[in-house]
Write a protein that binds this ligand. Structure first.
Ligand code: DX5
Ligand code: ZN
Length: 228
């Protein structure tokens, strides 16, 4: 299950997609001061890219104490729940745009002992999440169009994050508001001020030589901005 550091409201989630795949275990060791390991699963169908599956998740799991936050950018997410839960996933995050029987899917994720998350693409309204809030531990607002790391944050997502934070507050449910795509030291304070409290960062962390320092800086900046 996903939890947060008791000394901070902020969750930093380095994205494995930006790691050195030829030295995955040692590269992941450099981000051990983060909170969750963000694992971008892409099927080459829902998004125009192909990444990795449960066998890589199982290989990574013993090499990190971080929770494994699995982002399923796949057309048939339900087909993968058992395999990723078996591989050690702490969360399974499905896209609202492909969740035909979302209520059943979210309940199945919980039955498997994982935290349940739902992601929406930049063009998908937050209102599509409303009925699911009682079943969610995490909402993921995509701040780039999914499929690739290294893209730029879409600035119009600021307002969407503010509205999402308000919807979560009014619901009374304890739900992480995660953002994903183009998050760096240059925008994390502003995005936290909009109401996000969990931050995926691929290139923003892995492109730095001192990753521990970058994670520390990003956490401090986010804590400065966040008023949740
Ligand atoms: C994009 C993925 C993101 C991406 C983040 O489809 O969901 O998690 O890896 O990478 P950066 O932080 O480089 O935008
Ligand atoms: Zn992601």
């Amino acid at each position: 299950m996903l939890t947060k550091n008791k000394n901070s409201d902020i969750v930093i989630c380095p994205s494995v997609l930006a790691a050195d795949f030829s030295n995955l275990a040692s590269d992941i060791a450099t981000i051990s001061t983060a909170d969750w390991l963000h694992f971008d699963v892409m099927d080459g169908h829902y998004v125009p890219n192909l990444s990795f599956g449960p066998v890589v998740a199982a290989a990574v799991k013993p090499h990190s104490d971080l929770a494994l936050d699995v982002h399923l950018m796949v057309s048939q997410p339900d087909d993968w729940f058992e395999a990723f839960a078996e591989a050690g996933a702490d969360s399974l995050v499905i896209h609202q745009e492909v969740a035909v029987h979302a209520n059943r899917s979210l309940q199945r994720i919980k039955e498997l002992g994982c935290s349940a998350g739902m992601a929406i693409n930049p063009g998908t309204p937050i209102e599509t999440l409303y009925e699911h809030l009682p079943y969610l531990d995490l909402v993921l607002i995509m701040t780039v169009n999914p499929g690739f790391g290294g893209q730029s944050y879409i600035n119009s997502m600021d307002d969407k994050i503010r509205r999402m934070r308000k919807m979560i507050e009014q619901s009374g449910y304890n739900i992480f508001l995660q953002v994903d795509g183009g998050i760096t030291r240059d925008n994390i304070e502003r995005v936290a001020a909009c109401g996000a409290n969990a931050f995926v960062a691929g290139s923003g962390i892995f492109k730095k030589s001192d990753r521990a320092a970058e994670i520390k800086l990003m956490r401090e900046l986010a804590e400065k901005g966040y008023s949740g």
